[in-house]
Structures are given as C-alpha cells and as structure tokens.
Design a protein around this ligand. Structure first.
Ligand code: BV8
Ligand code: ZN
Length: 244
C-alpha cells in the first residue's frame, strides 16, 4: 500500500472507531529536539540510561543520577511541543472517547493541550521523597544539588519509574483497561521494547482492536499490527488527523 493510501486508511479507521486509545513513546518528542532513548542520537549513547535510570544507580551515586535528570530537565525546559503533539490534541477534540497513554516523562503532551493523559512512567517535572509520602511538581531548572524533602529532610528523587521498578498499579490498571476497551489504538514513536508498556498494544490487538503503528522504523510488533506507517510522527499524524 502506498503512503497516501495508508494515511487514508488510518483516517477511515479512526473515523469509524468508537473508543480511541493512543500509546506514545520518545519518538513523538524527537521533532521537538528531545533525544530518544535508542535512536541514532539516543540518550543511551551519552549515558547508559539503563545504568542511570535505576534505583541501584541512585543509591550508589545520587549526584550522578540527579545530574542526568537535571541535564534532561534543562534540555526539555527549552523545547516546545511539535506538530505530532498538536495533532493528538486535535484528535482528542474529534473523538469523544479518547485516552492518551504515554511512556514519556517530558510533559509535552499536556503542554500542547492534551487532557486525558496517563503518564505510565511518571513525570520528570515531579519529585518525590525517598522516605515519606511527599511528592510535588517542581519545575526549578536546575534543582538544588541533592534536593531534600521539605517534610522530613530525606533525599528527593525524580518521580519517574526506573528500570526494575513497578509502575503505579492504578495508572497501569487504567492503561490496560483502556487498551482492552478501545476499538482502535494508535501507537506512535515507540521502539516497543520496554515492558509492560509494550504489552498495551498487544492487549488492544488481542481484545479485537485495530492497531495502527506510526514510527520511523519497524519494531518487533510491526508484523503483529494491522497497519504500520513509516516516517516522522510530526508529518504523518497531522495528515491523518485532518482527514478524520
Ligand atoms: C518492571 C522513565 C517489574 C525513566 C522508563 C527483558 C525482557 C523484557 C523486559 C525486561 C527484560 N529485562 C528487564 C525487563 C523489564 C524492563 C524492560 O522492559 N527493559 C527493557 C529495556 C528490555 N522494564 C522495567 O523495568 C519496568 N518495570 O518491569 O518492573 C516489577 C514488577 C513488580 C514489582 C517490581 C518490579 C519499568 C520500565 C520503565 C522504565 N522507565 N522511563 C526515564 O525516562 O528516565 S523507560 C524509557 O523507555 C522511557 O520511558 C521511554 O519512553 C521508554 C521506551 O522507549 P521509547 O519511548 O520506545 O523510546 P525509544 O528511544 O526506545 O524509541 C523511540 C522510537 O521512536 C524509535 O523506534 C524511533 O525509530 C522512533 N522515532 C524517532 N524519531 C521519530 C520516531 N518515530 C516517529 N517520528 C519521529 N520523528
Ligand atoms: Zn520526606
């Protein structure tokens, strides 16, 4: 199928759908200038993120892990949402039963105007205490060195989900529920290797939904999904959404 036929098909399927769920990954923020994890300019190149985005790394060297997150907070604070984010805002306005599940922690979906957003890996703009229940949004860039909890004085950490950590139970339950109930899922800008996020699209598929993938490259799930459109999310999404 040619690219424009795929775009037409995708817009038809979305128009016909009752319940739309979207799953996004780092690829939707790439055109804003936020490095992805595994792509050519991937974060893993400069930092072994799988070494840094872990509780062990933080316990061993909290200052290094905070440097990694302050570097990302600084970078993200200077970027803007791109057409991929705005197309998903338009789509939410066109489809009354809509949910956006994101693996991204950059907050760009909300900054663009998306409303029903599930941040399944947390937010780089939130901090939480390593000892008590304290958690808050904190947009200071950079944060003070080794920031401490205003309630109990213990060290604060980024309120993101690290490798080896469980995702928030209720958020994950809502994400699986939405994946089961939707009749169309749009998967955008993810390499589909991180679990349990990557199983959400498989959940949608096995529950009878049509699943459309938009990505720069094929992924391990491509052969399982109904339609894969290769290219930049910032170019493809607006073309699809304007036809819905
Ligand atoms: C858990 C927050 C258990 C932090 C993140 C072996 C096999 C299977 C699983 C595992 C395994 N070993 C370990 C695991 C589990 C592990 C995992 O999946 N590891 C992977 C690496 C194999 N998962 C976990 O540890 C999870 N927790 O399992 O807990 C448990 C249960 C109970 C009790 C205790 C424990 C936690 C995972 C969450 C980790 N946190 N982020 C932070 O950001 O600092 S994950 C991180 O990767 C980001 O959230 C990111 O979103 C996510 C996924 O990456 P992608 O978003 O897909 O980004 P990526 O760069 O990979 O791909 C971008 C894609 O976009 C590319 O395909 C590229 O081609 C495309 N692209 C680029 N530009 C564009 C584009 N597409 C379109 N347009 C463009 N312009
Ligand atoms: Zn505390």
């Amino acid at each position: 199928m040619k690219q424009e036929e795929k775009i037409l098909t995708a817009s038809d399927w979305i128009r016909e759908a009752e319940k739309v769920a979207v799953l996004t990954g780092a690829g939707v923020s790439a055109e804003s200038g936020v490095p992805t994890f595994r792509g050519a300019d991937g974060l893993w190149k400069k930092y072994k993120a799988t070494d840094l985005a872990t509780p062990e790394a933080f316990n061993r060297n909290p200052e290094l892990v905070w440097d990694f997150y302050n570097w990302r907070r600084e970078l993200i604070s200077k970027v803007k949402p791109n057409p991929a984010h705005f197309a998903l805002v338009d789509l939410e306005r066109k489809k009354s039963d809509f949910i956006l599940i994101t693996q991204n922690v950059d907050g760009l979906h909300q900054e663009a105007g998306s409303e029903n957003v599930l941040e399944i890996h947390g937010s780089i703009w939130r901090v939480k205490c390593t000892r008590c229940e304290f958690q808050a949004e904190d947009r200071r860039v950079p944060l003070p060195k080794l920031p401490t909890c205003p309630q109990c004085g213990a060290l604060l950490r980024p309120a993101v989900v690290w490798f080896g950590e469980a995702l928030d139970f209720h958020i994950l339950e809502r994400a699986f529920q939405a994946s089961k109930e939707c009749d169309l899922m749009l998967v955008v800008g993810t390499s589909a290797v991180v679990h349990p996020a990557a199983s959400l699209s498989l959940e949608a598929k096995s529950s009878g939904a049509r699943v459309i993938e938009i990505n720069l490259e094929e992924t391990p799930q491509t052969s399982l999904l109904d339609l894969t459109i290769l290219g930049k999310a910032g170019e493809i999404l607006p073309e699809i959404v304007k036809l819905v």
